[in-house]
Write a protein that binds this ligand. Sequence first.
Ligand code: PDD
Length: 284
Amino acid sequence: MSDVFLNGKFIAADKAKVSVLDRGFVFGDGVYEVIPVYDGHCFKLKSHLKRLQNSLDESRIVNPYSEKHWETVLKKLISLHLDGDQVLYLQVTRGVAVRDHVFPENTAPTVFVMSNMMQAVSEEYKANGISAITLKDSRWQKCNIKSISLLPNCLLKQKAKDSGAEEALLISDGFLTEGSTSNAYAVLDGVIYTAPKSGKILPGITRDVVISLALKAGIPLVEEPVAEFKLTDADELWTSSSTKEVLPVTRLNGEKVGTGLPGPVWQKIDELYQHAKSVERNDG
Ligand code: PDD
């Protein structure tokens, strides 16, 4: 059984135990991060740790570790799993306390980190794209917090799966926000659109990378929401996340997006993204 990190100790996963009174278990009261590890190095570690800090601040949970300490813990866990690319899952909950909605005083947060083998992005998805459906964004107003309370996201993702699609693209007040497990983009007349940072989306780390790669390459990109009715005119639609990278959406609600094949702007961004992954080895 592989080792995980729980509250200061590296132990076998089947020996790692959390109290049933943990507020993560009882209330979903905690936050998380998912960090890709290529060739033993975290990709965009500092950005993930910064977003973790924001999620903790917004949730009023004190960060139990300094950035340096997080880095030490993550590097040690990576070194225990040196078999190919990995995905680190890191979770901090408000800790163990008698059930009460009001925050407990003087309770230490529970810290859990595990490493899983990274599933390579499907060649089929890259060659032919994925299918998506649009659904009403039924989540709350603080989607910028990477909260472990993911029931709304799970319901939306499952609905996509039940209808034979890989992702649900979410619509709030007539505009595309993001995917149930990803950020979303539309390409219209050569311009990439992605919803601006707000409580309506998770500020994806992959999204930040896509934005900076596009702008550096001189591809026009604006952080503006796209109206739902414009999605049918989009030349390309994409999703992005740390585990699935940037994926072309080639069918929306059963209809072709653009030509029905991954488009040229996606191809360029994917090429730049693969390059960024291969050259960034400083855990930055
Ligand atoms: N989720 N939006 C939502 C709702 C997400 O769940 C994710 C990723 C993203 C993309 O964020 P990033 O680029 O930082 O991975 C956007 C992760 C992978 C998960 O929950 O497993």
